[in-house]
Design a protein around this ligand. Sequence first.
Ligand code: FES
Length: 362
Amino acid sequence: MPTFHQTRSHGFHRLRIAAIEKETPDAVVVTLHIPAELKKQFCYHPGQHLTLKATVDNEELRRCYSICSSPLDDVLQIGVKIIPQGRFSTFINRQLKVGDELDVMRPQGSFGHRPRSDQQGHYLAIAAGSGITPILSIIKSTLAREPDSTFTLIYGNRTSRSMMFKEALADLKNRYLSRLQLLYLFSQETTDSPLFNGRIDIEHLNHLGKILLNFAQFDHAFLCGPETMLDDAGWVLEQAGIPTKRIHSERFNTGQAQKAAPPANLAGRSETRVEIHLDGRILNITMNAGDDSILDAALRQGADLPYACKGGVCATCKCRLKSGEVGMRVNYSLEPDQLAAGYILSCQSWPKGEGVVVDFDV
Ligand code: FES
């Protein structure tokens, strides 16, 4: 029988569960109660995510979940779908109760859109499965704030039964009849048109592009789903002429850590020192050949650094490189301007020599 309790540490706030609603047989929407004194810290932009922490079966787990509510709703909700072998998502769906408390970091992430009433655009969103979660927030907020903007959503699921936010999307369609277009694809359910049978892939997108949509008309595209869908959709949209910088992607976080491999020139080194600035203090740690990353070395030596996915996806572990040089294995979350400003992902970084100083207080 799984057991759990929550503890507090760096960057986390303990929040009460105000409501849990069943969305599909294996997905729920969780509403978090934000006390008045934390309202400011928990302001968010559509598309951002929360990092949650809990101890499940005596092991501390952290996961990121996208916010599905809109900042205009004055509520904070996340959508959580059970993933195969997903211990945290199963815990949320099967054990968490109204009135329980969870440790939650303030909203983070650069994916999404900042709607403005003086802005007008034709937007496209492509989502698969629970990838709809941040997309729902973006669509809802944009259509409400930008009265002349339109949104087209291509949304893939196995079946209509497994589809999250079916009713919420139908409500939005009723409210914004001429400004919202919804196109649903099902991979394990047959529809009247072969155009909508199957996964979102290059073939289906090209087909949609030929028959129904002119992809080149869209000002921005927002993609969220598994890696293959992101690759396929990104390729089709680029071919159609949407500039890469206007295609915004959010990758699924599966909870599988990507280990940061040290550069070859450090393979034989026994120890490298790294200076960490955190909460106005300076910590000196040493990295051994066995440490996967600066983050892992720091955690091993008792530093309470912020992190969640350890896979280069969520950017919770980001810090600024003040001096020295690091290697970074993967980066799915930092934007080019953040990299240019010296930000790195500590869960993916390895010092290339002595003199590395990183700052988490930025
Ligand atoms: S912990 Fe998620 S990117 Fe490093």
